[in-house]
Write a new protein. Structure first.
Length: 301
């Protein structure tokens, strides 16, 4: 059995997956009916990635059925990689595709949870963009969180740190409801920003968090608090947050005792499954096979 086969047949979690972009490029093109020029490719950062999204993927997703199909494709490709648990992010904006019909939106998600329950544990995650209209955030999010459908919450977008207090009430509500609190931070920003986010929003998990590797004290803080960082090595390299896979800080984080998972982020853009990234980390000499399996085995069954 090859190393890739060993990883690909091993049950695992993907705790960092944006479901509207979480499928293979081949899966996407057969559904979308077009190709994206010069894609996938190394990008200079999030701005270039968002150019592709605004030009190609966002316009193609215009109906409620489109939303459902994108999520379905992402789940199917996760199953193909023996992902046992997927904490898949569903963007808040998609409520608009359902004309604010919360029952229809939530019903679609419940239907997919049920459809795939014998193959994968799908734990829906509510994804909130920092730049999304605040009026809709404050109106829609409490209703969705109180539905019981969402098992976690995530905040993402540009790595800006102003005007974030408006999200604190939402995170307090999530905590009171027993919903796992996550947020994107530390892909491009420093260790201090990671710690500040954990404290501000009482985070249980961090999406990325690799900036914490720049400060041993912050790594120790994360380890002591048992904060899991859901790291996405390939996206870090392809978005130029890390120069080479050989230089990836996941090794330092692991050795510091930080809880970790390996996620796909946006499989459409980065074209590496969890298993393929495990193989890449092994081949680059970043982690040993035993270390990788220890990471893969650390998830809630």
């Amino acid at each position: 059995m090859s190393e890739l086969e060993a990883f690909s047949t091993h049950p695992k979690t993907d705790a960092h997956n944006h479901l509207n972009l979480g499928m293979r490029y081949a899966s996407y093109t057969s559904w979308a009916g077009f190709y994206i020029p010069n894609f996938p490719r190394v990008m200079s950062g999030l701005d270039e990635m968002h150019e592709v999204i605004s030009t190609f993927t966002r316009p193609r997703c215009s109906t409620a059925e489109d939303v459902k199909n994108l999520i379905r494709l992402s789940i199917e490709d996760a199953i193909a990689d023996s992902v046992a648990v997927i904490e898949g992010s569903i963007d808040l904006q998609f409520v608009g595709h359902y004309d604010e019909d919360y029952d229809a939106f939530l019903g679609m998600i419940s239907e997919l949870v049920e459809k795939f329950k014998d193959k994968i544990m799908f734990r829906p995650e509510l994804g909130i963009g920092k730049t999304f209209e605040d009026e809709k955030v404050q109106k829609w999010v409490p209703i969705l969180l109180k539905s019981g459908i969402f098992k976690s919450i995530d905040l993402y977008g540009p790595e800006i740190f102003e005007d974030l207090d408006r999200f604190k009430g939402i995170y307090e509500l999530a905590g009171n409801l027993g919903i796992k609190r996550k947020a994107h931070v530390g892909e491009f920003s420093d260790a201090k920003s990671v710690k500040n986010f954990v404290e501000k929003f009482s985070l249980e998990e961090v999406q990325h968090g690799i900036g914490a590797a720049k400060d041993d004290k912050v790594l120790q803080y994360l380890a002591d608090k048992k904060i899991r960082c859901n790291v996405t090595p390939t996206s870090n390299v392809l978005l130029s947050a890390v120069e080479r896979m050989e230089d990836h800080p996941i090794k330092k984080m692991f050795e510091a005792g930080v809880r970790l998972s390996i996620g796909t982020d946006d499989l459409l853009f980065f074209d590496r499954s969890v298993s393929e990234q495990c193989e890449d980390l092994l081949n680059a000499g970043v982690l040993t096979k035993e270390q990788i399996f220890k990471i893969l085995d650390d998830f809630e069954k």
